[in-house]
Structure formats: C-alpha cells, structure tokens
Design a protein around this ligand. Sequence first.
Ligand code: PMP
Length: 372
Amino acid sequence: MDCFEAQRRDLADLAARSRARRLAVRTGRDFASNDYLALAGDPALAAAVRAAIDAGVPIGSGGSRLLRGNHAAHERLEAAAARFFGAESALYFSTGYAANAALLSTLPQRGDLIVHDALVHASAHEGIRLGRAEARAAAHNDPDAFEDVIAAWRAASGTGRVWIAVESLYSMDGDRAPLDALAAIADRHDAVLIVDEAHATGVFGPEGRGLAAGLAGRENLITLHTCGKALGCEGALLCGPAVVRDFLVNRGRAFIFSTAPSPLMAAAVEAALGLITAPGRRERLHALIAQAEALLAPAGVQATGSQIVPLVLGEDARTMAVAAALQDRGFDVRGIRPPTVPVGTSRLRISLTLNVTEGDVAALADALGSLA
Ligand code: PMP
C-alpha cells in the first residue's frame, strides 16, 4: 500500500506541466534574493549582533510574547520602529507571512469587506481565508476598480467596515500602487488602508521608510514592513494605531500561540533600521537600478523604476529553460510560475541588489541577449 499515492500523483502532474519545484542551494551571482541593500552579510550588522550577544541578549525567546518570551529587545525594536515609520505603535512578528495572516484574519470582522488588489501576496490570501470578513479582488492598481467594488458591496447592503489591502511595490512586477488615490478612497468610505511595504521598506521613501511614508500617522493606515528583504534580517513589523497592536496581542492567534521571535533577531532588525538611514547604500542601489535599465533594455527588459525587474516570457517550460541556461552561466536568476503569478505570465524575476556590480549586470544582459 502506498499511503502517499495522491501526493505522488499530484507531484507527477506538476512535473508534467513544468510546475514542479525543488530546492537548490544558492550559487552564482545574486539576481534572485531580496537582500536589496546587501545588509544580510554586512559587517556592520554582524558587529551589532555580536555586541548584542556580548550584552547577554539570548538567541531563543523561550516562549510566547504573552508568557516569558517577551524580551526588552522586542520592546526596544517596536518602539524604534514606531518612531522610524511614524506610527503610534508597532508589533514584531516572526515572518511577514504570519503578520499578514494574523492581520487580515483578525482585524476585519464578520460583516466587513476586504477589497484587495488582484495581485496581493499569498500571505494576504491566507489571512483572508482564515478570517470571517467577505473579500473581493479589485483590478490591479486601478483605484476606480476599488471604488466600484465598494459601491457594489454597499448597494447590496454591505454595512460593515471596509478594509483596503494592497502592496506598495508589487513583488513580482516591480510596479507601485497609487497610494494617494487609495488613501483618498479609504477616507471617503471610512475604510482602513493596509499597505504591505515588503519590497519598498529600506529602498524607497525618505530614509527608506517606504512608499507610504507620506501617509504616516493617519488613523486609518496600517503598514507592514518585512525585515527579511532590504533589512537583511527576518520577521515583520506591523505599524499602526495602538489599538491595532493591542487587538492583535489579544486576538491574533498567530501572535499569541507562537514562540516569540529571537530577541537576537529583534536586536539585529533594530540595528538594520539604523543602518538604512545612513546615506550610501540606498543611493548606490538606485544608481545600479538606473544602470541596469539601460543595460537590460536591448534584451527586451522593460524598466520598472525599481529593483524588481520582471521579464515576462509567458510559458512555464520556456521560462524555466531560460532560467536554467542563465544559472548554468553563473547567474542566479529564477523563473517564477503560477500560482505565484497569473497563468500565462511566467517570468524571469531579475532582482537587483548591492550583492552585484554594474559589471555583473552587463554580463547578465549579454547572456540574456544571446538566449532570447
Ligand atoms: N508580503 C510580500 C509582498 C512578500 O513578498 C512577502 C515575502 N515574499 C511576504 C509578505 C512575506 O514575508 P516573509 O517572507 O517575511 O514571510
């Protein structure tokens, strides 16, 4: 008897459709990570962690934040993050996935509506699925579509609160949300705007405070800043009014029933927030983005004005073949397939980070040109 027959069949089906995944240890030049500012291996960040160890900050938290797991390093980080992102309060989660899941499953109540951009991250969908509110998708980056969804829901006697969930910089397309228009819609409908800044934190906004920095401090704004991308660490900071923090501490199951993140990681994130404010790294990344736009254009790559540069090839098998050919030549470029992106839009997701130089990008452009 094969207890895993269904799973084997599913895996074989994925393979037949060029959708099978496997883990591969990192190798080659980094055009795949979200370590945009190369902070993950930065000596200054390592020194901050060493200093925290020397000061007695433990590696493990030992329990839930609500029990013994709450450490001064968590509280210090949250106070620093609230100040930095201009919010009344912040709450630190182990991952962005957990933060999005907790936020969207807990805050919107039965009878409420979540209107989300059609391209929001899987973790937002997870929260929606776990929660009790209704959810509708709005066409990507189209403020009128959000307005229409809300109007239709109200016309069909929806009476609860509306929550608008978007990303500020889309993880697979590298384009930006029309945040000012969405904030105006939120104001008009007494709605709450939730902005996932995962890919913008550290890269965009004054001092790297994100693309929603101009909206900071609003009563109807919640931002999510993941710490595993430009901050070079891990975890996520949910920023917003104090009542949001209090509510998640009391009602957020992913927060309550989970071991607190490492206090040492909290200390690392706090140090990373200090490092991104210093001039240099962000400016160098933006210079690299401008150079890459010029270098990659002849290979048919369209500029996004961001560090996320997709080259949509469409078909799954072709995308994976081109990615494999680039990997063979020493470029760590990954193919992205459904369900991560919509069917028919499989792509190479070229990620620009300070782990590579202009010369590396020029070499990648040559390789792409010869493969396309
Ligand atoms: N939101 C977005 C937009 C993301 O791209 C990601 C990570 N890929 C997450 C949330 C989840 O964050 P984490 O990796 O910290 O779980």
